[in-house]
Design a protein around this ligand. Structure first.
Ligand code: NAD
Ligand code: UGA
Length: 480
């Protein structure tokens, strides 16, 4: 029987739930979309009158929220109300790496998924299609099914709720979430029941061509999501490993990437060497794959993927060590400017950002960091560095080098970052950093001054006529 969806509920209004449901509401005006979250602060921000206060920054998102909020897009903390009237429920909650117990440090913690399934079991009415949107280990659909079936069999109602479970992993990347959702390379739907599959298929068909909507069995869908992230992260570790070799040999990683990327079998995307991959998912999803491989007795497979994460950690350390070594082996009491703290441009997300580990290393070495990011606020950096911002005294303002060692300060402007700095390190590829007037800022720095460009943001020609020392990622031609 063909099922027509009229009311959707999404549990979890984060980086995936928020943008995904906004786009569904925008493309399907005939469907009411309710995003529910236990985090009331987040829900209040989604409902803020000032659209610049939405909890998530994504280009194009606030315009969609402005168009659809209060019409067919709603944000609420009332789970019972919206679960009970939904005919399709997306579970889009966080699935971080477990920090204790069996599988700690590798396996996904399914606590939030399980809690969501229990809420669905408690409040759902009639026939409900439950869609896994979160990234989950293979065979998690079974966990959800078991919880829902247990609720069915223990219900005293004459007409207990019935369920179908689908897997519909999300492939959006932060910073381009709206574009990725509006023009996806593919949409993946894994499941058993044809009616349920087509009910979800028909939602996407409102804007995605049918040939881009793939149907698979549920386990392939779950595993394809982990595999996609593992392959993408593997490319970054591969190019970063070659970048280190370039620096040692005189080759330039941008030239190597262009040369290999022109081979259509390799392709040009995801070959930008940088400070190491960050973001909430690559590391956690690979470690999950490692855990699963070990669980199924495939130790060689586990070791292969674990190497991708190990290379990334080594690479982040390599950058902080290199900065210390160029600054005569010590950064104690030296002012180092940090341009960019988010894990990539066009997002305010800092989860697993390479900037966190690099800044922590430099603070440990005694540096005075001045950190700038156009979208990340001071509080977030305090949380990430587990260190409050240093409070300024009048004396400090006049002489940056008299501050205590191993402290950091939030810079509201790029100019402040350069004032009396011994070095400036570019860690996120924000567009505004490529527009810096290097002749002007070089005069503000303490000599000898260093620029470390870990994102290939700078145009070498713009440094001509300055007295700046310059290092950039994977550029062996700068060996002197
Ligand atoms: P997030 O932490 O930004 O959002 C998750 C939200 O779920 C939070 O707001 C939290 O309060 C809410 N939540 C948790 N338990 C809840 C419950 N029981 N009831 C109601 N709300 C609850 O996480 P995210 O980045 O949106 O990621 C969600 C999932 O999507 C993860 O599995 C992740 O791996 C996957 N994913 C993320 C991205 C990305 O770019 N961030 C992309 C694709 C897939
Ligand atoms: C990634 C995937 O690209 C998405 O398809 C996936 O849905 C998502 O993870 C997820 O599951 O969470 P995201 O982490 O948002 O998306 O961002 P990416 O563009 O993949 O970048 C990840 C990290 O790799 C960033 O730190 C970025 O700077 C770095 N990167 C990316 C490079 O260093 N070089 C590159 O060439 C590309």
């Amino acid at each position: 029987m063909k099922v027509k969806i009229k009311n959707i509920c999404c549990i979890g209004g984060g980086y995936v739930g928020g943008p995904t449901m906004s786009v569904i509401a925008d493309k399907c005006n005939h469907i009411q979309v309710n995003v529910v979250d236990v985090n009331l602060k987040r829900i209040n921000l989604w409902n803020s009158n000032n659209l610049d206060n939405l909890p998530i920054y994504e280009p194009g998102l606030k315009e969609i929220v402005e168009r659809r909020r209060g019409k067919n897009l709603f944000f609420s903390s009332d789970l019972e109300k919206h679960i009970s009237c939904a005919d399709m429920i997306f579970i889009s909650v966080n699935t971080p790496t477990k920090i204790r117990g069996e599988g700690a440090g590798k396996a996904s913690d399914l606590k939030w998924v399980e809690a969501s399934a229990r809420k669905v079991a408690e409040f759902a009415r009639g026939h409900t299609i439950v869609v896994e949107k979160s990234t989950l280990p293979v065979r998690t659909a079974n966990v959800i099914k078991e919880i829902l079936e247990a609720a069915q069999s223990s219900s005293s109602s004459k007409n207990p709720a019935t369920f179908d479970v689908l897997s519909n992993p999300e492939f959006l990347a932060e910073g381009s979430a709206v574009k990725d959702l509006e023009q996806p390379d593919r949409v993946l739907i894994g499941g058993e029941n044809e009616n349920a599959i087509f009910a979800l298929n028909d939602i996407y068909k409102n804007w995605v061509p049918q040939q881009k909507i793939l149907h698979t069995n549920i386990w392939s869908s779950e595993l394809a999501k982990l595999t996609a992230n593992a392959f993408l992260a593997q490319r970054i570790s591969s190019i970063n490993s070659i970048g280190a070799l370039c620096e040692a040999t005189g080759a330039d990683v941008r030239e190597v990437a262009r040369a290999i990327g022109s081979d259509s079998r390799i392709g040009s995307k995801f070959l930008d060497s940088g400070p190491g991959f960050g973001g909430s998912c690559f590391k956690k999803d690979i470690l999950n794959l490692v855990y699963l491989s070990n669980h199924f007795g495939l130790e060689e497979v586990a070791r292969f993927w674990e190497g991708v994460v190990e290379l990334n950690t080594w690479h982040q350390k390599r950058i902080s060590r290199l900065v210390v070594s160029k600054l005569y082996g010590t950064v104690r009491g030296k002012k180092i400017g940090i341009l960019g703290f988010s894990f990539k441009a066009n997002t305010n997300d800092t989860r697993e950002s390479s900037a966190i580990s690099i800044c922590k290393d430099l603070l440990e070495e005694g540096a005075l960091l001045h950190i700038h990011d156009p979208r990340v606020d001071l509080n977030q950096i305090e949380i990430d560095l587990k260190l409050n911002e240093h409070s300024f005294s009048k004396k400090d303002e006049n002489d940056n080098h008299n501050l205590e060692e191993g402290v950091w300060i939030y810079s509201n402007t790029i100019e402040e970052v350069f004032k009396s700095a011994d070095a400036v390190l570019i860690l996120t590829e924000w567009n505004e950093y490529s527009l810096i007037d290097w002749k002007s800022v070089s005069t503000k720095m303490r000599k000898p001054s260093w620029i470390f460009d870990a994102r290939s943001v700078l145009n070498l020609a713009d440094l001509k006529g300055t007295d700046l020392n310059f290092w950039r990622i994977g550029d062996g031609s700068l060996i002197n």
